[in-house]
Design a protein around this ligand. Sequence first.
Ligand code: NDP
Ligand code: 2IT
Length: 452
Amino acid sequence: MQSTLGEILKRVKERNYHDETVFFQAVEEVIRSIKPLLDNDPRYEQNGILDRLLTPDRIVTFKVVWLDDHNKVQVNKGYRVQFNNALGPYKGGLRFHPTVNVGVLKFLAFEQIFKNSLTGLIIGGAKGGSDFDPKGKSDFEVMKFCAAFMTELHKYIGPRVDVPAGDIGVGAREIGYLFGEYKKITSSYEGVLTGKPFMFGGSLMRPEATGYGVVYFVQALLEMEHKESLEGKICTVSGAGNVAIHTIEKLQHIGAIPVSCSDSQGTLYDSRGIDLALLKEIKLTKRGALTDYLKTHANAQFIPTRDYPEGGHAVWSIPCYAAFPCATQNELSLVDAKMLVKNKTVLVAEGANMPSTTEAVLFLQKHGVSFAPAKAANAGGVAVSEFEMSQNASLQRWSFEKVDAKLKETMTQLCKRVVLTAKDYGVEGNYVDGANIAGFKRVADAMIAEGF
Ligand code: NDP
Ligand code: 2IT
């Protein structure tokens, strides 16, 4: 059927929609943290560091044309934001989600610069993706889309240039198809993507790395700052994807009790603790709906998003010791922060990228909640991606135990760096400032040393 003029115009407007609000939100937070550093060290001003750092090196935008299962031509937009490579090759995930636009990817790439810097590894910051929605698509459709996406993307990436990985909507299946197409185009086996399936060069533990890393970070933080542990503690988790599932898994390994997860449709609450094997089967194997969980556990509760009051999210109304937002940006609002404080939550650790609004972060910090920001807490995923790059470059395979030990060590050192930087700069206990200052310093000093 022919589209009406109104439908065509709507599509054009949606496709060209441009909103940088989340990028400005991320920038504002970093600037607020590093202002004292900028005021006290004239080198940053003299070298124009701020203006240089706030401007992406380049943004590539391209058209992705592919054929769906009904032989209908589909068109999506593809992007790669290469923000800064002062510390190493551009590195950061690809997100496939209908909400992807330049503003969202600029925010994610900007955050990635500081996150990657905090790991102490040799990686710069980037992000990319598409407004393509893998949900409801057949494997063949996903494959055809990925091949078409790589036809353009391959021109801009390389194992020493820019190494993409996964993010929302991009897991091992998508990375496998992307890698296959890259290899077909270039006839070259190179570690140009991370998060590959193990059988052709993926690192063991990359799927688990972000979630496990979040828990390792929190363990180190609780030990250093509270002389406490998560054992026996009730934890709430949002999201039901890669990061959420592996956060829940590691929490269970260490004897904590994760009681929730969520997706775009609603929140699942199981007061006896989430049945992880069932959750994995529903979400990872069948790509199904969270409500299917109730077929096995009738006592669990599913709270649809639409039934929850405006401005808040059901996950954060569940009383807990520690809360782990692991779904998406700005999912934890001021209303939620107030609820967490009311329920005496001790710690919030961000598994997702910038899941808490600015107002929520400030409220939590003001009320003494230990707040572990994303760029520190979720750096384990990209750290293991860098381990995958190392393995590919040397044609080695590391054991699960070796990667796990290196991940734990990386997150523990990262935590110490954040805590001690906050102390050194007179903002003890403010891990947002600690992470931003430590992340910024390494990048800025490299930019000065390399000239412009
Ligand atoms: P997945 O695609 O595996 O899972 C995403 C989860 O979040 C799904 O449960 C999804 O629900 C939910 N979600 C996504 N968008 C929304 C939305 N707008 N509203 C409500 N729920 C939503 O992604 P990941 O687990 O990989 O990523 C989750 C977060 O972690 C993102 O912020 C990502 O940037 C960040 N991250 C990921 C890393 C990684 O290694 N994968 C590393 C570091 C950070 P539904 O299926 O219903 O859409
Ligand atoms: O936000 C992130 O750190 C990621 N999506 C992972 C990036 C990577 O290159 O592994």
